[in-house]
Design a protein around this ligand. Structure first.
Ligand code: FAD
Ligand code: AMP
Length: 478
């Protein structure tokens, strides 16, 4: 007999698994289909984020930072750490253990919440029927009142540098190196390229990042991007802007990479090359021809502001739809859709999705940049505070960067918080909470912040918006 569900979710990434759990919590009979197999051939939940994305990259970033600190950051504290070495397979194994823990945790949550896991490839047919093809080729069709498509994304391949997961790898391969490459090339100075480049640079690789655009981190605030380029370059990353990769050739265990920049055609040789030029939505064999679901011109599933597709009762969330390709965006869309299916009037604030780049120092922001606000003709007041003036940052010997708060000149409402520096991700989240409640710079300035904390830099930057900072000379006088 055909199994029937209130909700069937295709994909168990941070979009799909959160949607499934939320739907089940709301009393809906829910199934989630997942096909991803781990190295042992077992179905693993959690999607890109848990298996080959957010979590494993942060595990390696944290391990490599500790190693780097032992080499370059201990001496100033009077700590002598001689003969510190790195066991790369052990570092990668620790990362794999964390992934296993978390993906197993999602399975446990499915059981605890009564979500039925259907293992295999899901495909939406007409009339909200969903076909599930198991690994052994057997198929079953389930019926759903509502379907949530959450098939996520996959790395973009470029013809000049075809990935072979040996010398030329994508982000997944770059999480699996078993030794530190002597010379590492990275194509693309986006979030993923900078994070993975940082991991291996900290462990001793000579890293060159080739970026086609002339502008570094175009989505970030210009002042932050400029500081980031300065700091990362000082750390040893060779970031070559305006360098478009045109071809590559694998020779023995090395790869020659051809690119053009202002000086013409050039070639560099690397031991490993990471291709991190963006991600594309996964829709392969996801939709039957008569499913009725439309894609947009860039291949994403077309949805409205509430993630509804062109078919009533069929929704799509996360990386497979428009908007930032971020785990927290996917999850919140999942919650919104589950609540709407349950009859609630849920919505999501797309204007306040924080972005984070987990380099050291971290780079994070929420809201609009100064250049975007200026282009929109909005008059703003800006307050900045450098970590060099923060007692907590000095104590931690972590003083690079600053906090920048941008407020509407007329209303004082905070329109953007931009941070490069220690704990930037956490500080920006504080800004986001305030902004969600319509905070003014004055409001933030009136709050009591613990001393000494990195958060005080946010407090002071908010005060500086109106020329009232205490621990730095104010550019703007009251
Ligand atoms: P996915 O996580 O891609 O999950 C989709 C799931 O659907 C997969 O498990 C897939 O196997 C399954 N699937 C697809 N098609 C089918 C089908 N037909 N049938 C059954 N199953 C199917 N984001 C952040 O917010 N913070 C970070 O720090 C961060 N770091 C990242 C680092 C790296 C190296 C990478 C690659 C990504 C990172 N991201 C980060 C992005 C983040 O991983 C994605 O935004 C997030 O995973 C998107 O969630 P999703 O549920 O939409 O899709
Ligand atoms: P993101 O989309 O943020 O992951 O960033 C990917 C980056 O890769 C973008 O900044 C692109 O400009 C860059 N990129 C794409 N193709 C090439 C190429 N052939 N050579 C160099 N950089 C590239």
């Amino acid at each position: 007999m055909t199994q029937k569900f209130d909700v069937v979710v295709i994909g168990a990434g941070p979009g799909g698994y959160v949607a499934a759990i939320k739907a089940a919590q709301l009393g809906l009979k829910t199934a989630c289909i997942e096909k991803y197999q781990d190295k042992e051939g077992k179905i693993a939940l959690g999607g890109t984020c848990l298996n080959v994305g957010c979590i494993p990259s942060k595990a390696l970033l944290d391990s490599s930072y500790k190693y780097h600190e032992a080499h370059a950051g201990f001496a100033i504290h009077g700590i002598e750490a001689k003969g510190v070495t790195i066991d790369v397979p052990a570092m990668v194994a620790r990362k794999n253990g964390i992934v296993k823990n978390l993906t197993g945790g999602v399975s446990t949550l499915f059981k605890a919440n009564g979500v039925t896991l259907l293992e295999g490839h899901g495909k939406l047919l007409a009339n909200k029927q969903v076909e599930v093809t198991a690994g052994d080729g057997t198929t079953q069709v389930v019926e759903a009142t509502n379907v949530i498509l959450a098939s996520g994304s996959t790395p973009v391949d470029i013809p000049p540098a075809p990935v072979n997961q040996d010398t030329i790898v994508d982000s997944t391969g770059a999480l699996e190196f078993q030794a530190v490459p002597k010379k590492l090339g990275v194509i693309g100075a986006g979030v993923i390229g900078l994070e993975l480049g940082s991991v291996w640079a900290r462990l001793g690789a000579e890293v060159t990042v080739l970026e086609a655009l002339e502008k570094f981190l175009p989505a970030a605030d210009d002042q932050v991007a400029k500081e980031a380029l300065k700091i990362l370059t000082k750390q040893g990353l060779k970031i070559r802007l305006g360098a478009r990769v045109t071809g590559s050739e694998v020779k023995k265990k090395q790869v020659n990479v051809n690119f053009t920049d202002a000086d013409g055609e050039q070639t560099l040789t690397f031991d490993k090359l990471i291709v991190s030029v963006g991600r594309r939505p996964v829709t392969t064999d996801l939709l039957a021809a008569d499913s009725g679901v439309n894609l947009d011109e860039r291949g994403f599933i077309f949805v409205d502001d509430y993630c509804a597709t062109s078919v009533p009762g069929v929704y799509a969330i996360g990386d497979v739809v428009r908007g930032a390709m971020l785990a927290h965006k996917a999850s919140e869309e999942g919650v919104m859709v589950a609540e709407r299916i349950a009859g609630h009037k849920a919505q999501m604030n797309y204007d306040l999705i924080p972005s984070v780049i987990y380099t050291h120092p971290e780079i994070a922001w929420v809201g609009k940049t100064e250049q975007v606000l200026k282009a929109e003709g909005v008059a703003v007041n800006v307050g900045t505070f450098p970590f060099a003036a923060s007692g907590r940052a000095m104590a931690a010997n972590d003083t690079a960067g600053f906090v920048k708060v941008i407020a509407d000149a007329k209303t004082d409402r905070v329109l953007g918080v931009h941070v490069i520096g220690p704990a930037a991700a956490e500080l920006v989240q504080q800004g986001a909470i305030g902004m969600e409640f319509g905070t003014s710079a004055e409001d933030l300035g009136m709050m009591v912040f613990s001393h000494p904390t990195m958060s005080e830099a946010l407090h002071e930057a908010a005060l500086a918006v109106n020329g009232q900072a205490i621990h730095i000379a104010n550019r703007k006088k009251r």
